[in-house]
Design a protein around this ligand. Structure first.
Ligand SMILES: [Zn+2]
Ligand SMILES: [Zn+2]
Length: 126
C-alpha cells in the first residue's frame, strides 16, 4: 500500500472489510433462498470486488490472504441452472427460485425441478 497506515489503522480497516463481507454473504444467502436473483447477482459482484481489497489489507498486515469468503454459486442438482443462469419456472413463467438449498455446498433444487425434491430429501446431492 502506498499510504503509511499504522498497524492499528490497518487492523481497523481489516475488521471493517471482514464485517462487510460477512454481512453481504448473509444477505446473499437470503436473496438466494428467497429467489431474488437480481439482488443475489448484485451482492455476488460486490463480493468479487471487495475480496481483492481485503486481501491487499491482509498482505499489508503480513497475514496470509484468506480465500474469498463468498458462497459458492448455487447449482440445481437436477437441471444444472445456477444463481446467474436461472431457468424459467413453467408454472409461474418467472425465473426459478430455490426450493431446497444447502448454502454451504451451493447445491440445491430449483422450483422448475420439483420432481427432484424427493431424492434431495433422501440425501441425494448429485
Ligand atoms: Zn432445476
Ligand atoms: Zn432452475
Amino acid at each position: 500500500m502506498a499510504l503509511n497506515l499504522t498497524d492499528d489503522e490497518l487492523f481497523l480497516i481489516h475488521m471493517i472489510l471482514i464485517e462487510f463481507e460477512d454481512r453481504q454473504v448473509g444477505r446473499l444467502g437470503t436473496a438466494r433462498v428467497k429467489g431474488r436473483v437480481t439482488e443475489a447477482q448484485t451482492i455476488a459482484r460486490m463480493l468479487e470486488e471487495v475480496g481483492p481489497i481485503r486481501r491487499k489489507v491482509e498482505q499489508a498486515r503480513g497475514l496470509e490472504p484468506r480465500e474469498h469468503a463468498a458462497l459458492p454459486e448455487a447449482v440445481c442438482i437436477e437441471c444444472g441452472c445456477t444463481d446467474r443462469r436461472a431457468c424459467i419456472d413453467e408454472s409461474t413463467l418467472l425465473t426459478c427460485r430455490w426450493i431446497r438449498l444447502d448454502v454451504d455446498t451451493g447445491r440445491g433444487v430449483c422450483s422448475s425441478c420439483r420432481q427432484a425434491v424427493n431424492r434431495w430429501d433422501k440425501g441425494d446431492r448429485a
